[in-house]
Design a binder for this molecule. Structure first.
Ligand SMILES: Cc1cc2nc3c(=O)[nH]c(=O)nc-3n(C[C@H](O)[C@H](O)[C@H](O)COP(=O)(O)OP(=O)(O)OC[C@H]3O[C@@H](n4cnc5c(N)ncnc54)[C@H](O)[C@@H]3O)c2cc1C
Length: 248
């Protein structure tokens, strides 16, 4: 797909974290799979950038919201992001994609209770998982999903209330949200600390070895979890990575 959509700013979903949507023309083909990303580019930027006027963003909404695509991003003050903060609703935005193979494993219909799907979201790395969870939780109630999020602070957790609501509604979602900075008071069921494979395996139990592990976030976070999971004898074909290049 290569098309021009219409931009709508929807508001903040965490400190400094903007949620926005792009509405595609209704005749746009090429639907996407949850977990894939799109390349967004301002059709007429105020100050064209050397880095290019486009960025890759994971699609944060499920396919059944088509032709609306949702995205979330940390506001960094870059010229692209300033435009996201200031452009009026209705501004045209070029959209290409969908791209990427960071998608749910095949055969969810017949997947067993002892074959968990484990998501590890570093900060804004929650975006592809939001799409996957909205798509799959209700459709595949016998597949266990584990979502571990790591963020600096409670206020920086994107979609905090929404994720907690999903975990209340769907018994097949286990949610563990970890913050690295100690704050008081933390919401109930939330701890400060560091996410390690041991902590995940304790939550997942015996079935941990049968799981598929999906990691999204900054390249450094993704590579550190790949190393940690490989060191814990998770097979390479069970580890799926989505490094958000462009973040340090
Ligand atoms: C598959 C994928 C999915 C992503 N999904 C999201 C998402 O859902 N939300 C989100 O906020 N961000 C996402 N990103 C990162 C996003 O594309 C931007 O890079 C990031 O938001 C920083 O942009 P910026 O304008 O704030 O920073 P800037 O530093 O102004 O720009 C970053 C841009 O510089 C270039 N760049 C700089 N360093 C590198 C590098 N090491 N490797 C490659 N290119 C580099 C790229 O063009 C990049 O887009 C994703 C990236 C990828 C690859």
């Amino acid at each position: 797909m290569e098309t021009v959509g219409t931009f709508f700013r929807k508001g903040l979903v965490a400190e400094n974290t903007l949620f926005f949507q792009v509405v595609l023309p209704p005749d746009t083909g090429d639907r996407f799979e949850p977990g894939q990303y799109a390349h967004l580019e301002w059709a007429s930027p105020d100050n064209p950038e050397e880095k290019g006027d486009g960025r890759d963003f994971s699609i944060a909404s499920p396919p059944d919201e088509w032709p609306v695509l949702s995205f979330a991003t940390r506001l960094t003050g870059s010229s692209f992001k300033k435009h996201l903060e200031n452009a009026p609703d209705g501004t045209p935005l070029r959209v290409s994609g969908p791209y990427g193979e960071f998608t749910l494993p095949p055969g969810l219909e017949t997947r067993k209770w002892n074959q968990p799907i484990v998501f590890i979201a570093g900060g804004i790395g929650i975006t592809p998982f939001r799409s996957m969870l909205h798509h799959a939780l209700g459709k595949f109630p016998s597949v266990p999903f584990f979502l571990f999020t790591t963020n600096r602070s409670v206020t920086s957790i994107p979609f905090l209330d929404e994720l907690r609501g999903l975990a209340r509604k769907h018994k097949n979602l286990f949610l563990d949200q970890i913050v690295s900075r100690t704050e008081s008071p933390l919401p109930p069921d939330m701890e400060s600390g560091i996410l390690t494979p041991d902590r995940m395996f304790e939550a997942i139990g015996e079935r941990a070895r049968n799981g598929d592990y999906y990691i999204a976030g900054t390249p450094s976070l993704v590579s550190s979890f790949i190393t940690a999971l490989s060191g814990s004898h998770i097979l390479p074909e069970k580890i799926h990575a989505d490094p958000f290049f462009g973040y340090p």
